[in-house]
Write a protein that binds this ligand. Structure first.
Ligand SMILES: [Zn+2]
Length: 163
């Protein structure tokens, strides 16, 4: 989605000429409960033509696909189902958070004011992040990475959240 009708809000280059409040109202058309159901929010900044033309080849899709297949196999071996099917107690068991990681997760959730559903999404994404890294336990770095994929909360909706 764009963050405003013209599509330039948050680009930081002053090209957005939407009137004050327009971008916020535009972004708020997606309700809080709907935002809460989206696992991964990724900000895709505009790619400058020069950057696009000169960029070197990134990781091959087949390499990424292999990594995903390995992570999925870890999930099935551990829980019998992929992480997307875990919730509540089974999700917490799969994460195997130590006391320090539990405290860190609580701190993140309190800071952002997440609902129980939001916390579950954090844990599920953190579990998958750890699987992609080949880690049996979810560590603080995985929680932090998952938190970066959480969307704009009700308190900070709008293009400021992605700048
Ligand atoms: Zn705009």
């Amino acid at each position: 989605m764009n963050w405003c009708p013209c599509g330039y809000a948050g680009s930081g280059d002053g090209r957005c000429h939407c009137q004050s409040g327009v971008a916020e109202r535009y972004a708020n058309r997606i309700s809080g409960p709907l935002r809460d159901r989206i696992d991964l929010w990724v900000n895709m900044p505009r790619v400058e033509p020069d950057e696009y033309i000169r960029s070197v080849a990134s990781e091959a899709s087949s390499v990424v696909a292999d990594r995903i297949a390995e992570a999925r196999a870890r999930q099935i071996a551990r829980s019998g189902v992929p992480n997307s099917r875990l919730s509540g107690r089974t999700l917490r068991a799969a994460c195997a958070l130590g006391p320090a990681e539990q405290a860190h997760a609580v701190q993140l959730a309190e800071l952002e004011g997440w609902s129980a559903r939001g916390i579950e999404r954090l844990l599920r994404v953190a579990r998958t992040t750890a699987d992609l890294a080949g880690c049996d336990r979810v560590e603080a770095t995985h929680l932090d990475e998952a938190a970066r994929f959480r969307g704009p909360s009700d308190r900070r909706i709008g293009f400021e959240a992605v700048s």
